[in-house]
Design a protein around this ligand. Structure first.
Ligand SMILES: Nc1nc2c(ncn2[C@@H]2O[C@H](COP(=O)(O)OP(=O)(O)OP(=O)(O)O)[C@@H](O)[C@H]2O)c(=O)[nH]1
Ligand SMILES: [Mg+2]
Length: 460
């Protein structure tokens, strides 16, 4: 961290490009390539001038670009170090040239995520907030933006420190029990009180752990599979939902062989629609592979759109209900533009199950808005408020799962009157697990850090 790093922070191709410099020599190095001396510049100021290259042969200064430079001083900067941002014109030549000049004068090219890593190491943010920076930059819709913003603003971190306080309280009560265990006449906190605290912590950790499923779905798009017999209009509906001619549509049965998927936002939430091969008995080897993929897609999806264009048989119904047991199912009666289709009754059995049913014409686009509403409702997205904590990182999830397992041992230890020092040991493990999420854990190695930050872009 003693060196000064530089990198392009913006994507190529824009009208402007921003180059970031950070480190102890940032302002000195910058002054070598800028028309003004910025080494004593005031913090939070912007300076107009030129980036210049000195040509020794002609003893001339070549102007590379007309720029604005923003100055930040340690510790009040993103990284916590002296830093600057140069706003240049977005030419590839200019941007490369400026970086080249900075490197010639003593900067080093930054590694992916190195600015955020420095911010973490300088105590500007904890690890869960650092990960939120990557999520924020990647956020493509309202829901993922809100989750990342909440985490970046430290809501998750404060929740963890509240849990930590509770765990420490539990530890001290257990230690009190140990300290006084020789004094028979003393009353200790009885274990039911300890159990109550432990159960509360456990409930909170369980909720956080479960939020990961939602977090992942929101991040990658909630998977929705379109399934049904051949020729019922699955691909037509996919194209309609995506507003794009994505899948081949034809009246030939068994047109779609491979699964086709793409995402689109509905009410600020990303859904991943998966068109599948129609289910039927077949002797065609390739088609059978496709149908197996349909079953796999059902397994992975959270919502199933079961599309019918005729009265389903008892076996069809049974098969779908069996395969979609733990899924949200929506029945779609398609092709209502054909008059005979509007009286598909769906057997009383199926109607009794209260499965949402939408009548549409995929071809003509009738009731697609109704269907989208039904899909959104089936997704059961909690109304996210700014305070809500949704875990989206696999690393954080693993720490929570481990905390949950260790806490289960604490609970059973307390219940079975295990001696306090043994229970304390498991409690410490829970504390460690939670500390790992924010990066204060004992087992935070360079490897762990490296893994987190290599997934960032350079310049972040
Ligand atoms: N009248 C009418 N025809 C439709 C409708 N939706 C689809 N079709 C027609 O039904 C035929 C099959 O449509 P596809 O979308 O290819 O059906 P699929 O379910 O993907 O079929 P496979 O890929 O073979 O399983 C095509 O000729 C479509 O034009 C609809 O709402 N009304
Ligand atoms: Mg198809």
């Amino acid at each position: 961290m003693n060196d000064t790093i530089c990198a392009l922070a913006t994507a190529p191709g824009g009208a402007l490009g921003i180059i970031r410099i950070s480190g102890p020599q940032a302002l000195e190095i910058l002054s070598h390539v800028f028309t003004k001396d910025l080494s004593a510049a005031e913090p939070n100021t912007i300076h107009y001038g030129h980036i210049v290259e000195y040509d020794a042969a002609s003893q001339h200064q070549n102007i590379i670009d007309e720029v604005l430079v923003s100055i930040f001083r340690a510790p009040h900067s993103y990284t916590g170090e002296d830093s600057a941002e140069i706003s240049c014109h977005g030419s590839r030549y200019i941007l490369n040239k400026v970086i080249e000049l900075l490197i010639q004068n003593g900067c080093r090219m930054a590694n992916p995520g190195e600015y955020t890593q420095r911010a973490f190491l300088n105590g500007k943010m904890d690890l869960s907030q650092a990960e939120a920076v990557a999520d924020l930059i990647a956020s493509g819709n309202k829901a993922t933006h809100q989750i990342a913003m909440s985490q970046l603003r430290g809501h998750f971190s404060s929740e963890l420190s509240r849990l930590r306080e509770q765990l420490l309280k539990l530890t001290s009560l257990l230690e009190l029990e140990l300290d006084f265990s020789d004094h028979e006449d003393l009353e200790f906190a009885d274990r039911s009180e300890l159990l109550e605290i432990a159960n509360k912590i456990n409930n909170r950790i369980t909720t956080l752990t479960h939020s990961f499923e939602t977090g992942l779905a929101l991040k990658n798009g909630i998977p929705v599979a379109l399934v049904g017999k051949t020729n019922v209009g699955k691909s037509t509906l996919l194209n309609r939902l995506l507003r794009d001619d994505r899948a081949i549509v034809s009246s030939v049965h068994g047109t779609t062989r491979d699964t086709i998927e793409d995402t689109i936002d509905v009410n600020g939430v990303t859904f991943r629609f998966i068109d599948t091969a129609g289910i039927r008995q077949t002797t065609d080897e390739v088609e059978q592979i496709g149908i197996n993929r349909t079953y796999a897609a059902i397994g992975k999806a959270r919502i199933i759109l079961w599309i019918v264009d005729a009265e389903p048989t008892a076996e069809d119904i049974q098969e779908i209900l069996e395969r979609c047991k733990d899924k949200s199912l929506i029945i779609i009666k398609n092709k209502i533009d054909i008059t005979t289709n509007s009286n598909i009754s769906l057997t009383p059995d199926l109607r009794l199950k209260n499965i949402p049913t939408v009548e549409i014409s995929a071809k003509q686009g009738t009731n697609i808005d109704k269907l989208e509403r039904a899909i959104f409702e089936s997704a059961n997205i909690p109304e996210l408020s700014e305070q809500d904590i949704i875990v989206t990182s696999a690393r954080q999830y693993q720490s929570l799962v481990s905390a949950h397992d260790n806490l289960a041992r604490v609970l059973s230890g307390l219940e079975s009157n295990l001696s306090g020092d043994l229970v304390s040991e498991d409690l410490r493990l829970v504390l460690d697990d939670l500390a790992n999420i924010t990066g204060q854990g004992r087992i935070l190695t360079n490897e762990v850090l490296g893994n987190i930050f290599t997934h960032f872009c350079v310049g972040k």
